[in-house]
Ligand binder design. Sequence first.
Ligand SMILES: Nc1ncnc2c1ncn2[C@@H]1O[C@H](COP(=O)(O)OP(=O)(O)OP(=O)(O)O)[C@@H](O)[C@H]1O
Length: 240
Amino acid sequence: MKDTSSPMTERPADDAVVRCTGLARTFGSGRAATVALHRVSCTVPPGARIALSGPSGSGKSTLLHLLAGLDEPTAGEISWSGLGGPPHGRPGTVGLVFQGPSLLPDLDVRENVALPLILGGTPEQTALRAAGDVLRRLQAADLAAKLPEELSGGQAQRAAVARVLAGRPALILADEPTGQLDHQTGDRVITVLLNAADELGAALVISTHDPAVLDRFTERWTMRDGTLIAAPGPGKGAPS
Ligand SMILES: Nc1ncnc2c1ncn2[C@@H]1O[C@H](COP(=O)(O)OP(=O)(O)OP(=O)(O)O)[C@@H](O)[C@H]1O
């Protein structure tokens, strides 16, 4: 089968936040097997802004989960050499934003944002202060004392983004973060993500079905039936 990923693999080896080669992921086995990904190779350069689109079931979430180190490929390799992480497993400097609610219901927003830092060994008061700072930077300080059940969808997503930012990731992966939001709220969440990635100097890869979200990204990848193809964005032409 033709490797469709060559436009995204021509960068030098030391210029990648994450690189994957020949990735495959099959769920189940025998006649029940689903090939979610096959022969996907990609490179995410530092500071990249990439939108990943494609039909439902084409493999977007599967790819993001593999790039996040949350799942293991059936074949192929992933390296996070640009993040200085361990050779195996997800480096701590990857931040993930999901589509649905992801906040712990019994913690207020500030505690939710602080939690990954606390779990990573930061003293609680320091982590809570850092969480408050991030919420202020996202103009979400008014949410700090609220419980997740008191938040709108857009507010909950801003809190989820704040939680990711508190960890100061060098790579942010967002799986349809606006999928449950109306257009205007979704647009605001994308602005927050883009500004946050700028502030951190992080690479951002986001999957979306929304053409309005796609329009905000100059580099686009498209998935079809478990393979990845590069598509030119409006500003840059084909990825180099
Ligand atoms: N845990 C799983 N077990 C079995 N099959 C799975 C699993 N996760 C994904 N799949 C299958 O892998 C394929 C790719 O799914 P994936 O969720 O990656 O697609 P997607 O492009 O993200 O879809 P959507 O846009 O609807 O979120 C689909 O056929 C799906 O049913």
